[in-house]
Ligand binder design. Sequence first.
Ligand SMILES: Cc1cc2nc3c(=O)[nH]c(=O)nc-3n(C[C@H](O)[C@H](O)[C@H](O)COP(=O)(O)O)c2cc1C
Length: 221
Amino acid sequence: MISSMDTLACLRERRTCRGFLRRAVPAPIIDEILTDALWAPSASNQQPWHFHVIEGKSLAHLNQFVKLAHQEQRRSYDPSKGKTIPAQYVQRTKELFRAIRPFIAQLGDGNAAFIESGSFRFYDAPTVALITMHADMPPVRYLDIGMAAQNLMLSAHARGLGTCAIALTLMYTDAIRAALNLPEEALPVLFIAVGYPDPDFPVNQFRSGREGLETCVTRHT
Ligand SMILES: Cc1cc2nc3c(=O)[nH]c(=O)nc-3n(C[C@H](O)[C@H](O)[C@H](O)COP(=O)(O)O)c2cc1C
């Protein structure tokens, strides 16, 4: 039976995990969380997502390709290009980095180095999901991908697993395509690292905050 309290607790308790135990996630559990992801809503029920589950040798292979692309700075696109992000949102990134710094410092790392190198090796998670979308889909379908990604992360959390959504690594899309032999039409949209959280990993103790209703809500009455 579904308990609404469990659902609500799951929504509020989930936080990003950036340190995983070296323990494989059993395939039936991965299938369960993927099935939960597939139950996400999508515009006209088009279900524009495709999930690639990457583990074992394939994950090592992908890691090698990304590592090499990073060493050679073979970026397929520059994530800093495009529109200028408005100041109040940049401020929130600054706040995140200020708050997480002491936790990352315990590893002897700086923020940028930890997040970059961690993201590029998927924080050593035993399982990595890559969600792709058909390249001919309109950008608005990213919304559907986001819904499926959120379902996956909440389902994982409810089952005692940790996740980290990873977009940074997409800057090496050409290397990702080559490593996974993706078909031309498969557009990589988001990675999600999945595994059992390492309770002793200092950065996992960090819990991000949120703006309040007074900042994020306008009531039209
Ligand atoms: C679309 C998306 C992309 C993200 N990309 C990365 C990433 O590349 N590396 C990383 O360490 N975290 C990444 N994150 C995690 C965010 O930093 C994190 O969700 C945010 O700081 C809020 O913290 P919380 O998930 O613990 O609530 C990403 C999250 C989202 C939703």
